[in-house]
Design a protein around this ligand. Structure first.
Ligand code: TRP
Ligand code: ZN
Length: 472
């Protein structure tokens, strides 16, 4: 699914990266500089139907993923990203077709060329033990993770292909239907809203529907035994939290501010973009949280019952605007996700304490970034491959936004955030799109400002706060 804003970005990528269609062959990548083989050319995935039987004990899955798509060129062959499993058969428009595999690419060969600009359906029936995906670009191993007693899917940036065939790049978002069958008493929580449950022979099929387009790295299925806690957010927004039974009371404390946070972020960024929100706490320890769309994942050891992880709670929620609704167009721009979510969590601190507390926080972080240097905090605009989620992307990225705010003033700054969240909602953006909005809002040429903050190894000054890393 590509909205208008995406088309412009995509056209720009195609021109610079020569991912041209050759002889009806859909390209095996979308021109991402860091991940050249993620995503595929020649079609636009619109809707995924993922129908899987999960055997938790043996850690196998089996079933069919069906993609409703549209060709963007004539296709004699096209690719999906898919890792592992035994493929039983591949159908195009209901008929069995030939296919081939090369590394993470599944090459599909329709019986006759698919004409340009036409809808088509491809389905893949497969089974096996999911392989974990570890290309060194994420803080943990990715994919369908069975931790014994449950399953969690974590995919950012390139783990989605480890459990379903997919056009695995944020440039091609799509809507989803999940039919996941699990043995009782397991429960399935996934993106969107629970539409149906059907019980048969000791198993239950959970149907989840996601009406808003999702980037594949934000798609998740989690399986566990849960207590479900529901509440109503602002404007009647359904909030549903999935907690391990023994943690339900403590976790409820940690997430008690979610509704207030949504209200505050809606005021400053614009309306919450999706049909629902909530968190799932998986029943295993992991030192990460992931902003999977409409259903953020936390791990057991992230729960304290004291609310002291409020900053992380706010960070993951803010990603729903920055990263999930407005998605990056290339992984190099990851600061558009992490710098923004980090700064949003600081805005929540400012909102719930005082402006002075924010100033102290900024000073502390600035000094830490200055002292630790570029090994820990590289300039955020061009993260080193293999260290995508580095400290610079988070903290120097967030400082970039604070420095911008100091430089252009609150009115132009918040106007910029709102315009950016609104203009690229449900689509994709690049760093230049954000800069253009900030320039229009402030009436200033900010090219030098962003050049220094995003790409210069030297940490720039924040003169309005007397902060300098080169101080005499
Ligand atoms: N996006 C996560 C955050 O909010 C970090 C992250 C990247 C991650 N890849 C991941 C977390 C994979 C869990 C699994 O900071
Ligand atoms: Zn984040």
């Amino acid at each position: 699914m590509r909205r208008f804003a995406t088309m412009i970005t995509l056209a720009a990528l195609l021109i610079t990266s020569t991912v041209y269609a050759q002889d009806g062959q859909g390209a095996d990548g979308l021109g991402d500089e860091l991940f050249p083989t993620l995503g595929n050319g020649g079609y636009d995935a619109l809707h995924y139907t993922i129908e899987l039987d999960a055997d938790i004990e043996n850690n196998t899955i089996s079933g069919t993923t069906t993609i409703d798509a549209e060709t963007t060129q004539e296709l004699r062959t096209f690719n999906l990203d898919f890792i592992g499993f035994t493929i039983d058969h591949v159908n195009v428009n209901g008929e069995a077709v030939d296919w081939d595999r090369q590394d993470g690419e599944l090459i599909v060969i329709p019986l006759a060329p698919l004409p340009a600009g036409e809808p088509f359906t491809v389905s893949v029936t497969y089974s096996g033990v999911p392989e974990l995906v570890d290309h060194g670009s994420a803080p943990v191993e990715l994919g369908w993770r069975n931790f014994g007693g449950g399953v969690v899917v974590l995919s950012e940036p390139d783990g989605a292909a480890g459990w379903y065939p997919v056009n695995d790049h944020p440039l091609d978002k799509a809507t989803y239907t999940f039919h996941i069958t699990v043995p009782e008493p397991y429960v399935v929580a996934a993106n969107g809203q629970l539409a149906d449950t059907t019980a048969a022979d000791g198993s239950i099929t959970y149907t989840w529907e996601s009406q808003d387009p999702i980037a594949s790295y934000l798609v998740t299925v989690t399986i566990g035994e849960y207590v479900i806690q529901t509440e109503e957010g602002p404007g009647g927004l359904p909030i549903r939290n999935y907690f391990p039974p023994d943690l339900a009371a403590t976790a409820a404390v940690d997430f008690s501010k979610t509704g207030d946070m949504i209200t505050y972020f809606s005021e400053i960024f614009g309306p919450y973009p999706f049909e629902a929100y909530g968190v799932v706490v998986i029943d295993t320890d992991l030192n990460v949280a992931l902003e999977t769309q409409t259903l953020t994942i936390f791990a057991r050891n992230g729960i304290t019952g004291t609310g002291e992880r409020e900053e992380t709670v706010a960070h993951e929620l803010a990603h729903q605007w920055f990263g999930n609704s407005v998605s990056l167009s290339q992984w190099n721009d990851i600061w558009l996700n992490e710098g923004f979510a980090t700064y949003a969590s600081w805005l929540w601190i400012e909102h719930t304490t005082s402006g002075e507390d924010l100033d102290r926080l900024i000073e502390t972080i600035y000094d830490q970034v200055a002292a630790a240097g570029t090994t820990y905090f590289p300039p955020p605009g061009s993260p080193p491959p293999g260290n995508l989620f580095n400290g610079g992307v988070y903290y120097r990225g967030a400082l970039t936004l604070h420095a911008l705010r100091e430089h252009i003033g609150d009115e132009a700054f918040f106007d910029t955030l709102r315009t950016y969240a609104n203009r690229y909602a449900y689509g994709n953006a690049i760093t230049a799109d954000f800069i253009a909005i900030a320039e229009a809002a402030s009436g200033e040429d900010l090219s030098d400002f962003f050049e220094r903050w995003l790409y210069d190894p030297q940490l720039p000054d924040i003169p309005e706060m007397d902060l300098s890393a080169t101080a005499s």
